[in-house]
Design a protein around this ligand. Structure first.
Ligand code: GDP
Ligand code: MG
Length: 442
């Protein structure tokens, strides 16, 4: 979509502000894209209207094309709708233990899986003691499923007592959670293939029995429009506090998220990204907005390309090391990698035999601020100096130190480090390091 929009605008002459016509043309494309992304028609219509009002008359920033500017406005508005006002994604109201969390939704939407994922998250990340209970009295296998998950992730489940009603199980869970000193108890309800009265009544009764702190609707993110209807229905009857969108690892376009949010006004708290117990993430409006706009793929592609380039760079560097070469260009690359990887530890991880070295420089007061300065010094060197640091004599040193706002003594330290590293590379080169380096590259 972003490309399509830029296309539309690149054909227009650049004006000082976005005219109503400009915006209209672009928004026709936006509307189509939203519908393609599974956003429901009324939601798409409202959305486009909101953007139109915001965009018309807005001054076009010099550095971007009008198309890019509209993309940005659309992206921001998507984010705004998805995010709501001052909400923290992934936050649950679970103080005052034991806090009941009611999980509702259609059968197969991922309730049981999500109950397990969320219990694990609350345990591992938030340090909560969690008790899970299955209220699926219609399918004994479903109760068993939760018990197995509980064992797998190390979270307690309420012992199964055959013949109880859903409300009885819920009450027993509450009692056990209170007596057992749990912070949270999660109720995994039964689902039906479609919404039906009996199911709704049962969930209502459970709700009234425990008065849940959070009622999370689990919906299959791939079902698009249906998901929105389900959300409306559940919210109307039960009253939900938030939504978990599952199967967002699939190729759905994410439009359901926008519709759901716009229709129910309820926050999307988490997204499910797979079947594994750790495949749950907090909902990120930015990412979904990108996905709806179709820019997500581009972002992913750029990231992938970057990774590949870095891997190639590392490999080239390793080859040089094997030959015992390590000049200021290598040094700079190392320092930049370190910056990216968060300092010394990254460097230690990158090459064997480096840990001791790393410790030495650390003891010498080498911190992350120092990395920035070191890079600045290398940048003040000429190409020839970088490739052959041994040619640096007093006058060159003075020039470099001045150019980077450092002292000659700082530069000397850098040179010493480079010499040490170079020496070590040579030693490693003689040691028949092939295997070692390979293992370092992974
Ligand atoms: P329930 O009937 O609502 O309890 O649904 P289940 O939790 O039993 O899930 C139904 C199926 O969907 C199972 O095979 C899950 O592994 C799968 N599932 C659940 N969440 C996700 C998800 O986020 N991504 C994918 N790919 N599969 C999921
Ligand atoms: Mg289930």
């Amino acid at each position: 979509l972003s490309e399509r929009l830029s296309g539309v605008f690149d054909r227009l002459t650049k004006q000082g502000a976005l005219s109503e016509d400009d915006v209209k043309t672009a928004l026709r494309e936006v509307r189509v894209a939203l519908l393609e992304a599974d956003v429901s028609l009324p939601v798409a219509r409202d959305f486009v209207k909101a953007v139109q009002e915001k965009a018309t008359g807005q001054a076009v920033t010099k550095s971007v094309t009008p198309g890019q500017q509209v993309v940005k406005i659309v992206h921001d508005e998507l984010k705004h709708v998805l995010q709501g006002d001052n909400e923290e994604p992934g936050e649950l109201k679970i103080d005052n233990p034991p806090a009941p969390i009611l999980m509702v939704g259609l059968q197969g939407s991922g309730k049981t899986t999500t109950t397990g994922k969320l219990a694990k998250r609350l345990t591992d990340k938030n340090g909560k003691r969690v008790l899970m209970a299955s209220l699926d009295i219609y399918r004994p296998a479903a109760m068993q499923q939760l018990a197995v998950l509980g064992q797998q992730i190390g979270v307690d489940t309420l012992p199964i007592v055959p013949g109880e009603t859903a409300v009885q199980i819920a009450k027993r869970a509450k009692q056990q959670a209170t007596l057992g000193g749990y912070d949270v108890y999660m109720l995994d309800t039964a689902g039906r293939l479609q919404i039906d009265e009996v199911l709704m009544k049962e969930v209502e009764d459970v709700r009234d029995a425990v008065n849940p702190r959070e009622t999370l609707l689990v919906v299959d993110g791939l079902t698009g429009q249906v998901a929105v209807e389900v959300a409306e229905e559940f919210d109307g009857k039960i009253g939900i506090s938030g939504v978990v969108l599952t199967r967002m690892d699939g190729d759905g376009r994410g439009g359901a998220a926008l519709s759901m949010r716009a229709v129910t006004g309820k926050p999307i708290k988490f997204v499910g990204l797979g079947e594994k117990m750790d495949a749950l993430e907090t909902f990120e409006p930015d990412r979904i907005a990108g996905r709806i706009l179709g820019m997500g793929d581009i972002v992913a592609l750029v990231e992938k390309a970057q990774e590949t380039i870095e891997a190639e760079q590392a490999e080239r560097m390793m080859k040089r090391f094997q030959k015992g070469r390590f000049n200021m260009n290598d040094m700079k690359m190392q320092l930049e990698q370190m910056q990216k990887m968060g300092g010394m530890e990254g460097l230690m991880g990158m090459m064997p035999g480096m840990a001791k070295m790393a410790k030495n420089v650390q003891d010498a007061g080498f911190d992350d601020k120092m990395i920035v300065r070191q890079i600045a010094m290398i940048q003040s060197m000429t190409k020839m100096e970088r490739a052959n640091p041994q040619i640096l004599q007093a006058s060159r040193k003075k020039r470099i130190a001045k150019g980077s706002g450092m002292e000659v003594s700082d530069l000397n330290k850098l040179l010493k480090m480079q010499r040490q590293m170079s020496d070590m590379m040579k030693k490693m080169g003689k040691m028949g390091k092939g295997k070692m380096l390979k293992s370092a590259l992974g």
